[in-house]
Design a protein around this ligand. Structure first.
Ligand SMILES: [Ca+2]
Ligand SMILES: [Ca+2]
Length: 335
């Protein structure tokens, strides 16, 4: 019995020809952290529009209502056509896929997006989803932009009725739209439940508020036996960030250098940035870019290793915000 459960779980997680998944801790009943690659053998059905992400004027109906600092990157109530320019569909060639339908909706009736509502073998509201369903709806890229994000959410309203053991709804984020999909999986029954992902605390990724771009995906997979009515349906998808106030003056930079940290002829470069862009400053040492990491609030650190023949190193650092650019330069000599 236990063996068959393990095999079934592997079928679910691996899917037909798909990459493996890493399942993390349980965060609520039926909800676990998950990281997976989308199956390579899925068909890319309808490409997203090439005009880039949407910036709807319409603010969604969820938790950010009334907060003027929220910037909506994407909102979809599935009342104006699907997949539109927003979504790209992935699915097994034999099976149905996500589509809008008239069924249980969130706060915007009558439409939601149902996991098996479109394509060959599509189901209607109240019908059972098929075995071996494997379909994702993906949107992006969405630029998180200028790094003045102080908070961010991906939310939707989930109605799910699936086999509790093996049939799974996914809410995922990727930093490149290709792999490293990470987020949460849901199994079982959820009724008009607002679910979300805090962009400052994404499973396996942590804080992604300052990433250049992100992609989002919602998916559903079923295994080879036992199905329920409807599967997963979502409504009122919202991707939004909170913008903090940008600085009112150009950046001010200061460089300090620690010689020989750990080994001879290496330099630890510390760059302190006030009124910064929020992104990493550009640091150049003797014409070569120095990779820096965040060392503290407004402080960035990088290592430059000088060749034996080098007698002096000139280091510059620059940063740019809305108000202009700032720079600093310093030189260090070796004996
Ligand atoms: Ca709706
Ligand atoms: Ca099943």
């Amino acid at each position: 019995m236990r063996y068959s459960i393990i095999i079934s779980a592997m079928v679910l997680l691996l899917g037909p020809g798909s990459a493996s998944a890493e399942v993390g801790r349980q965060v609520a009943p039926g909800v676990r952290e998950v990281r997976l690659d989308l199956p390579e053998n899925l068909t890319k059905k309808i490409p997203s529009g090439s005009d880039g992400p949407l910036f709807p004027d319409e603010v969604g109906s969820l938790s950010m209502t009334g907060d003027e600092n929220w910037l909506t990157l994407m909102a979809d109530d599935f009342e104006s056509g699907f997949p539109g320019d927003t979504w790209t569909l992935f699915y097994d060639e034999e099976g149905p896929y996500w589509d809008d339908w008239v069924c249980t909706s969130g706060t915007t009736p009558p439409h939601s997006a149902g996991c098996a509502a479109g394509g060959t073998g599509a189901i209607g509201c109240g019908e059972e989803y098929p075995n071996l369903l494997n379909t994702f709806m993906t949107a992006g890229p969405f630029p998180l932009g200028d790094s003045y994000n102080s908070a961010g959410i991906l939310e939707c309203i989930l109605n799910q009725n699936s086999e509790t053991e093996f049939d799974t709804f996914f809410m995922l984020i990727s930093l490149n739209g290709v792999d490293g999909w990470t987020g949460f999986e849901y199994r079982g029954v959820f009724t008009n439940k607002t679910i979300g992902m805090d962009l400052a605390n994404v499973p396996f990724l942590g804080n992604i508020l300052h990433e250049p771009e992100i992609w989002v995906s919602f998916g559903f997979r079923s295994n080879a036996s036992i199905v329920e009515v409807n599967g997963a349906q979502i409504d009122d998808v919202l991707l939004a960030v909170v913008k903090s106030d940008p600085p009112e003056d150009p950046p001010v930079l200061q460089i300090s250098v620690l010689k020989n940290p750990g080994r001879p002829r290496s330099l630890q470069v510390l760059v302190q940035v006030a009124n910064g862009s929020g992104s990493f400053p550009t640091v150049i040492a003797n014409g070569l870019k120095v990779t820096v990491v965040k060392f503290g609030e407004g402080v960035y650190s990088g290592i430059y290793s000088a060749a034996q023949s080098v007698t002096g190193v000139t280091i510059s650092a620059t940063d740019t915000n809305f108000e202009g650019s700032g720079a600093a330069t310093t030189s260090v000599g070796f004996q």
